[in-house]
Write a protein that binds this ligand. Structure first.
Ligand SMILES: O=C(O)CCC(=O)C(=O)O
Length: 306
């Protein structure tokens, strides 16, 4: 008989204590920011988002600075209901609707990221930056775990500043002249939406969204350059055919998710991940067939990439 262990402990044992860096808020409390890997991701500890944000006006700014520094920040034990989740997200930007899936009742900007026991494909299960096929793709996305499988279902994140900086000067020069054509219609990722479109599809969605963005974008807040192609949505380079684009694109999408640019987050119920789509990609691991996983997701409006 196979026994499945349940998650009872937060995964702090994975973290290195000497990487703790305390941040001082405007009031007397101190939060800790603990990095998850050498490249990307940090867990913010000692914060109760529902209680602390209204009481600490400086906290939003500190969390935003952490997001800009680490590209994705994580919280644990935040058992927010939809309204408080929306309130939290609204401190950082304007929640927007996802085109293909309806929001939950009374909350059009909150969708469920769900995989049910009998399903085999997980939502968004291809490396991507969210909806890069919009003219103005979302600056960030926030995921709150409501139900998790007894094992598996982690999410990987990849730092796209680091991926860009690791390229040769010659390739950087070539990429600076290229734009990517991003589409919602690539088959691999369309497949990952099918289950949810079937039970909660948005009747107003267009069949395809497409937008052209620089292959290397400059982050509007940090001024740093990041690779901005992704295997889920970038179909080709502008002015190039798909066949012509394939070899270079294939090199880039393999390069940009090398392990040294990534971190891996293991969820508990009440965990939150808040990532910056302008400089990070993510990949939810589909290794928990037979179990249910349900998250709530909010995306925040962004700028046109330049
Ligand atoms: O389920 C996850 O961990 C991430 C889902 C995803 O790819 C998305 O919300 O864009």
């Amino acid at each position: 008989m196979i026994l499945h262990t349940t998650r009872t402990l937060p995964r702090l044992s994975r973290l290195t204590p000497n990487l703790q860096c305390p941040l001082r808020r405007r009031n007397t409390r101190t939060i800790s920011v603990q990095r998850l890997s050498g490249s990307i991701g940090a867990e913010i500890q000692d914060v109760d988002l529902a209680r602390d944000l209204p009481e600490n006006p400086g906290l939003v700014q500190e969390l935003r600075e952490s997001l800009l520094e680490h590209q994705v920040i994580f919280f644990r034990n935040q058992n927010l209901e939809p309204q408080s989740f929306l309130t939290f997200a609204s401190h950082f930007g304007k929640p927007i609707e996802y085109p293909f899936v309806r929001g939950i009742d009374n909350f059009p900007a909150i969708i469920q990221v769900l995989k049910q026991e009998h399903e085999t494909v997980n939502f968004g299960g291809v490396w991507h930056s969210d909806t890069s096929y919009f003219e103005q793709p979302p600056m960030g996305s926030i995921l709150l775990a409501k139900e998790i499988p007894p094992f598996g279902g982690d999410t990987l994140f990849a730092n796209q500043y680091a991926a860009y900086e690791a390229l040769s000067e010659g390739l950087k020069r070539t990429l600076s002249m290229l734009k990517g054509v991003n589409t919602s219609a690539k088959a691999d990722v369309s497949k990952t939406r099918e289950d949810r479109v079937r039970d909660s599809g948005n009747a107003n969605a267009r069949t395809n969204y497409e937008a052209v963005h620089p292959v290397v974008r400059t982050h509007p807040e940090t001024g740093r350059k990041a690779l901005y192609v992704n295997t889920a949505h970038t179909a080709r380079f502008e002015g190039w055919t798909e066949d012509e684009s394939a070899p270079l694109l294939q090199f880039l999408v393999t390069h940009q998710v090398k392990p040294e640019f990534t971190c891996r987050f293991c969820w508990d119920v009440g965990s939150i991940a808040f990532w910056d789509n302008r400089c990070a990609q993510h990949y939810p691991v589909n290794d928990y067939h037979g179990f249910r996983r349900r998250m709530l997701r909010i995306t925040l409006a962004g700028d046109k990439p330049v």
